[in-house]
Design a protein around this ligand. Structure first.
Ligand SMILES: [Zn+2]
Length: 345
């Protein structure tokens, strides 16, 4: 079968690899019908050392179950399923609390060196806890939107939930990538009173307005902070959804969060140390929330609005390719030519 491998920064190849097969009685083998490239894939694409490669890529996919291990009971051959970006058993104390990314038996796809979603097939561990059956056909027009349940929609929604967004909150979203736009859609869904989107790419912020942003601020730094605070009544917003992950984005969040507010981070932090002292968080009772989204926890909750057409999160996909076009897709996303690339293996 064919699969995507990253050999190092800027070096993505599609190659023949050994077929994925069932190894454990709890596995399912899924033939991938729809996949995509993630904004988080761009971090290694920008910096990965060849010594760490080649690495199989992809953690968002929908596919058809081809085979199951003897202990799998919730999905069967022929089912169309969506996989969240981490696998989990569904039964441990963290899974029962809806924190599947901390599952004691689960993991992120990176720990499976021979599996990845940007491929023709994937062996899915802990299939019963991980996979969710989709009540549509594989050629449904809803596929792009359903695929966002794998990661970006669940991640944006997690940011909003972890930040405590409700109808009494004003919200700033930092970042106009796919997760930032999903954070806007999620804040809207939770009834936020005001949603200020910080982003510089007009096509993306225009989509953000359609998803529910009430204001857009393209300026960064002090100018951007001043603009957001003015829009929000002078003191900043109750909640900041940070969907970028670098230090400038964290500093931006500190600048626009209201005293007593929450910074909820879902952009993968590219730093280990950041200001948390009196002059930053402590002095104004500002809380820090967020982390890897338990996307699995939100799939059943978010799916109905996609199935009935209430929301269309799949609009974040602005390009589609087959596997051969995946390396170019990475480059287009890195160059900001594409927002998010859908893959039809
Ligand atoms: Zn678990």
């Amino acid at each position: 079968m064919r699969a995507t491998l990253m050999y190092g920064a800027g070096d993505v190849r599609v190659e023949d690899v050994p077929d994925s097969v069932i190894k454990q009685p709890t596995d399912a083998l899924v033939r991938v019908t729809t996949s995509c490239i993630c904004g988080s894939d761009l971090w290694p694409y920008g910096s990965m050392s060849p010594a760490d490669g080649p690495a199989r890529m992809g953690h968002e996919f929908i596919g058809i179950v081809e085979d199951t291990g003897s202990e799998v009971t919730t999905v069967k051959r022929g089912d169309l399923v969506v996989a969240p970006f981490a696998y989990s058993d569904g039964t441990c104390e963290f899974c029962r609390e809806g924190l599947q990314t901390s599952c004691v038996h689960g993991a992120f796809w990176d720990v499976e060196p021979e599996e990845g979603g940007q491929a023709e097939a994937v062996r899915v561990p802990l299939a019963d806890g991980t996979l969710v059956k989709l009540p549509v056909a594989a050629d449904s027009a809803l596929m792009p939107s359903l695929l966002t349940l794998s990661d970006v929609f669940g991640t944006g929604y997690h940011a909003a939930v972890a930040g405590g967004v409700n109808e009494r909150t004003r919200v700033t979203v930092i970042g106009d990538g796919a997760v930032g736009l999903m954070a806007v859609l999620s804040a809207k869904r939770l009834g936020a009173e005001q949603i200020v989107l910080m982003g510089r790419h007009t096509a993306r912020t225009d989509l953000g307005r359609e998803f529910g942003a009430t204001d857009v601020v393209s300026a960064r730094g002090e100018e951007g902070i001043t603009a957001v605070r003015e829009l929000a009544g002078g003191h900043g917003t109750h909640v900041v959804l940070e969907a970028v992950g670098n230090m400038p984005a964290y500093e931006q969040a500190l600048g626009v969060v209201r005293p007593g507010g929450v910074i909820s981070r879902v952009g993968v932090p590219q730093y280990e140390e950041a200001p948390i002292g009196f002059g930053s968080l402590f002095g104004h009772n500002i809380r820090l929330a967020g982390g890897p989204a338990p996307a699995r926890a939100y799939i059943e909750e978010l799916m109905p609005d996609i199935l009935d057409g209430t929301i269309e999160p799949g609009r974040v996909f602005d390009a589609t390719t087959d596997l051969d076009g995946v390396p170019a897709g990475y480059q287009d996303m890195a160059d900001r030519k594409s927002l998010k690339v859908l893959i039809k293996p």
